[in-house]
Design a protein around this ligand. Structure first.
Ligand SMILES: [Mg+2]
Length: 269
């Protein structure tokens, strides 16, 4: 893909790209202000299924970054929309937090304890052996397996913690069922976000700090890709991460100021 025209839309990663935990990355507020001022539509796109879009918007606003719930696309919403498309009003067994439960309900799915058509699983910090046992029972009984995001580790104030993908590995080992993955690097979340954005893939750019998820997903969806060195990837580990991910970004920006300048240059403003 070589699209040389202006950037018509942006899909922005959150953690490591616009903030670290509760701390805004310098320039994030100005970047979003610029997009609003220049009428460039954007969506915040996160693999994190734990919170609702409204809760993410509140978190962003709390840091001084303009955001509305409509502008946030989570793997939980994309998972619920995917299931509702395959089987409207499906029965689902949920391992997850409020973001995933609310997304399932809003998509018209019925949350059940048994007789599930789908097991949908995300991060669940109140996970128990009983929940795993019930999920495996449903899968062995014929339910389809859906994983919100494959991230094995999750950054937290206490360092790295097991992520949704680690819980998924346990369920997959026990059930023998390979899940359909929704979050980045899957194109399911990207296509959900592009649909919400209303801009074609080739005129949209994915911005993120992770080659294996953000950049790989952007490439797979046919979008332009910008790697920012604000989080996981640094100038020092870039080459080894690119080799591991098997992909390279179209553009690398050291920080969000450099990204703002790139957009200005590209869009001729
Ligand atoms: Mg990130």
């Amino acid at each position: 893909m070589t699209y040389t025209g202006p950037i018509k839309g942006l899909l922005l990663d959150l953690d490591g790209t616009l903030y670290h935990g509760t701390r805004m990355i310098p320039g994030a507020d100005r970047l979003i202000g610029q997009l609003i001022e220049q009428n460039i539509p954007f969506r915040y796109v996160t693999n994190n299924s734990s919170l609702t879009p409204g809760a993410f918007a509140d978190r962003l606003q709390g840091m001084g970054i303009p955001a509305t719930a409509k502008e946030v696309c989570t793997s939980a919403e994309a998972a619920a929309a995917y299931i509702a498309k395959v089987k409207p009003r499906a029965n689902v067994f949920v391992i997850g937090e409020s973001g995933l439960r609310q997304a399932a309900e809003e998509a018209g799915l019925t949350i059940v304890e048994e007789g599930a058509d789908f097991v949908v699983q995300g991060i669940d910090r109140e996970l128990s052996y009983d929940k795993i046992a019930k999920a495996v029972e449903q899968l062995l009984g014929g339910a389809e397996s859906i994983l919100t995001n494959p991230d094995l580790l999750l950054p937290s104030e206490h360092g790295l913690r097991p992520g949704a993908g680690s819980i998924g590995a346990m369920i997959q080992a026990a059930s023998g069922k390979v899940p359909t993955v929704i979050g980045k690097p899957s194109t399911i979340l990207m296509n959900f976000a592009l649909n919400s954005l209303g801009v074609s893939a080739s005129q949209s750019w994915v911005v993120g700090d992770n080659l294996a998820t953000d950049i790989a997903a952007g490439k797979a969806a046919g979008c332009g890709t910008v790697l920012v060195l604000t989080g996981l990837t640094t100038a020092d580990n870039l080459e080894s991460y690119a080799a591991k991910a098997g992909c390279r970004p179209d553009v690398i920006c050291a920080d969000l100021e450099a990204l703002s300048s790139y957009i200005t240059e590209r869009n001729g403003q």
